[in-house]
Design a binder for this molecule. Structure first.
Ligand SMILES: *Cc1c(COP(=O)(O)O)cnc(C)c1O
Length: 391
């Protein structure tokens, strides 16, 4: 299956391996190990002469089903699932890089990713230079002889800055650097980085792929060579941050509704963004689907629609921002995103609180900034909920 099927069909009809019971909905295989017919078969499996499951830290049928389905959606040769988005990023780095290697990363990435690069990888002599998401020249200028990897998110969190994947991939390819794109905000429904020239796609499956805020999960996707021989799968199977079968099953079922959810998230978010732009107490709205977004043209080329995340700056700094949050009755005060339930976050004091004030200033995370992950509630109800604290 693949090339001629549409994404919604791939999300529903791939990765299916029925058991002897011929179940219609995919089964979940909650087992840590698998039984062999004989000593010889056990030996053949362990040595790799015979394909098949051994132990769920290595492979599990439910996890494999999720990997196959997500690979189809991203147009990737291979996928390895991980226990979270952060472990997907860690596995990618541990698999591909060695001590002494260098990363060039967008400054506008998830807070925990910044911490991973600065405070953990740094200890193992893997250094990172942070550059502007949007200024391609700064990426080129940051390349060192030991630079092995470019890392970015587009649109970025929380300012929805776009990085031009095609342009960056030209630079990365000519310098033999791997381009890694965290595709969490768009999902393959709205953006396919591998088609645009990326080598690796990262997912926090915790977000839109699950879609209902139930479980943690992650994935790394790319060519078989890079994932299998490149050491990413080897790191996972040895170090153990693999996806649990139960979580894989939840996300596998989540994928089945991904396309209609992403379209609805985008449609609702655009309406919220346009409405926020008309509010007198809102200084600025950041949303790629708005004509006022500085990279709206790039968004139209690179993404199918704007996605579900809208960031806006209220007049009056932290106090005013907190008032909006504390006046909501409906919208959840939580840092999660990609859920059918809308969520509202104050990045400066939550997701980005652990980075220095100076780094926040450079990244543009002001005290008045709020990020709403627009869910699937009625837009009018969300507007009323936000209007209370904005008036
Ligand atoms: C949430 C998130 C992550 C981390 O994923 P977890 O599943 O929470 O580990 C990475 N990147 C982005 C863009 C995210 O939003």
């Amino acid at each position: 299956m693949s090339d001629d099927l549409q994404p919604e069909t791939l999300a529903i009809r791939t990765g299916i391996h029925r058991s002897q019971f011929n179940e219609h909905s995919e089964a979940v295989y909650l087992t840590s190990s698998f039984v062999f017919d004989s000593a010889a078969q056990a030996a053949a499996r362990f040595i790799g002469d015979e394909p098949g499951n051994i132990y769920s830290r290595f492979t599990n049928p439910t996890v494999t089903a999720f990997e196959e389905r997500l690979a189809q959606l991203e147009g990737a040769e291979a996928c390895v699932a991980t226990s979270s988005g952060m472990s997907a990023i860690l596995a990618c780095i541990m698999g591909l890089l060695s001590a002494g290697d260098h990363i060039v990363a967008s400054r506008s990435i998830f807070g925990a990713t910044v911490n991973l690069f600065n405070n953990i990888l740094n200890k193992f002599n893997i250094k990172t230079t942070f550059v502007s998401a949007t200024d391609i020249k700064s990426w080129e200028a940051a390349i060192q002889p030991n630079t092995k990897l470019f890392f970015l998110e587009t649109p970025s969190n929380p300012l929805t800055e776009l990085s031009n994947i095609i342009e960056l991939s030209k630079i990365s390819k000519s310098n033999k650097i791997w381009l890694v794109v965290d595709n969490c905000f768009c999902t393959p429904i709205l953006q396919k980085p591998l088609e645009l020239g990326a080598d690796i796609v990262i997912h926090s499956a915790t977000k839109y792929l699950d879609g209902q805020g139930r479980v943690l999960g992650g994935a790394v996707l790319g060519n078989r060579d890079l994932l299998m021989d490149g050491g990413i799968f080897g790191f996972l199977r040895t170090a153990g941050p693999t996806l649990s079968a139960f979580n894989a099953w939840v996300i596998l079922k989540g994928l089945e509704t991904l396309k209609i959810r992403m379209e609805a998230h985008s449609a609702h978010a655009l309406q919220i963004a346009q409405w926020l732009e008309s509010q007198p107490n809102v200084a600025r709205v950041f949303y790629p689907g708005l004509v006022s977004h500085p990279q709206h043209e790039l968004a139209k080329q690179q993404q199918k629609s704007g996605g579900g995340i809208v960031t806006f700056e209220v007049k009056g700094g932290k106090e005013a921002a907190w008032r909006v949050i504390d006046s909501t009755h409906l919208i959840s005060i939580t840092a999660n995103l990609g859920d059918v339930k809308s969520t509202l976050t104050h990045p400066a004091t939550t997701t980005h609180a652990r980075i220095s004030q100076e780094a926040r200033d450079v990244a543009g995370i002001s005290d008045g900034l709020l990020r709403i992950a627009v869910g699937l509630e009625a837009v009018a109800d969300l507007q009323n909920d936000l209007a209370r604290g904005l008036s």
